[in-house]
Ligand binder design. Structure first.
Ligand code: SF4
Length: 333
């Protein structure tokens, strides 16, 4: 492992200034991903700024109906927070489907947004990977691509975004607040993660010297039902082959509002706007859910080894919508 300088920041401003002064710096909070990638020689920071002591651990409603989450709130604390469990159950469910208890205890909200892909070629410095080494090629294209994306890929990268939490955030809607050397700015969550296009190494709308300080959720649907369905090779501590997060509000037997997002099949957290349109105002029944699932996967481009993800994702969608409907009928909120 390469050595790096380490400093502990005592304010957000000083953390950002320290990063601004570096050519190859990195922030560390829980360290659940950065340290793995440093050990693998995939990331090579010369200076690591520890932000774990900064005051960004609050969860509270602002403007009466939008939940603001500090970037250092751990995944465990967020999943079990009473306001999240009551008003944003999809977020709680998605987080608890991710990683392991130990990792959730350390991983931060901001770090989850900055997760890197689990593409094995990205993590193998002997492989060609445009995301790790721009212009070097992509060994996944002709390699073992069973785990890779069927939505949102390009000829330069087909890596899946790995986060469960971000699937829920895509469905809920949120604003990401960044602090940089010149102040703060807000980015819509739907635009925060980028499609790979020709620049798969540019993964988020954030510069090297900006720090995520908070996430503010859109007002909750009420009353709502929610369900997160994650299909994977084993029952725990595994990334999704296909996942669906759904929120439904009902008007009698008809769907009022619907939100749907996918994980495990796309290069970024994947909001299914067309499928949501199909759902609104329609009977809350299997035939409607199947039409929405068809629409959500209509643009899928399967590769040699991952065509099975298309029907798998459709099943995840139908199940998530069915479970969310049942939850709404039982009067979750
Ligand atoms: Fe790299 Fe993306 Fe290709 Fe994986 S899919 S090897 S991350 S360029």
């Amino acid at each position: 492992m390469r050595t790096f300088a380490y400093a502990r920041a005592d304010s957000v401003e000083r953390a950002v200034d320290a990063q601004h002064a570096q050519q190859a710096g990195a922030f560390v909070a829980g360290g659940t991903l950065l340290l793995d990638l440093v050990k693998l020689d995939v990331m090579r920071p010369q200076q690591v700024t520890d932000i774990s002591a900064l005051p960004m651990k609050e969860v509270a409603f602002v403007d009466d109906d939008r939940l603001r989450i500090g970037a250092l709130v751990t995944n465990t604390d967020l999943a079990h927070h009473p306001d999240v469990r009551q008003h944003y159950p999809l977020l709680s469910q998605a987080i608890l489907n991710g990683a392991s208890t130990q990792i959730r205890n350390m991983a931060s909200t901001g770090g989850n947004l900055m997760q890197r892909t689990r593409c094995p070629y990205f993590r193998d410095v002997a492989a060609a990977c445009n995301k790790r080494e721009p212009g070097s090629g992509c060994d996944a294209m002709q390699g073992i691509n069973r785990m890779h994306a069927v939505l949102g890929g390009s000829e330069h990268c087909i890596a899946v975004h790995p986060s469960d939490m971000c699937v829920a955030l895509a469905a809920i809607g949120a604003t990401v607040t960044l602090q940089g050397p010149d102040g703060t700015r807000d980015v819509d969550f739907g635009n925060f993660h980028r499609l790979p296009g020709e620049t798969p190494h540019q993964e988020q709308d954030i510069t090297d010297d900006e720090l995520i300080v908070a996430l503010t959720l859109a007002p909750p649907l009420a009353p709502q039902g929610a369900a997160y369905v994650k299909l994977r090779d084993r029952a725990s501590y595994e990334f999704a082959l296909a996942a669906a997060g759904a929120m439904i509000s009902l008007d009698g037997d008809m769907i009022g509002e619907a939100r749907l997002a996918l994980g495990g099949v796309a290069t970024k957290p994947w909001r299914c706007a067309e499928a949501e349109e199909i759902l609104r105002g329609q009977p809350a029944e299997t035939a409607t859910f199947e039409r929405a699932a068809e629409a959500a996967l209509a643009d899928a481009q399967p590769l040699e080894h991952n065509a099975f993800k298309v029907p798998l994702a459709r099943q995840a969608i139908v199940r998530a919508l069915r479970d969310a409907t049942r939850d709404a009928k039982e009067g979750h909120a």
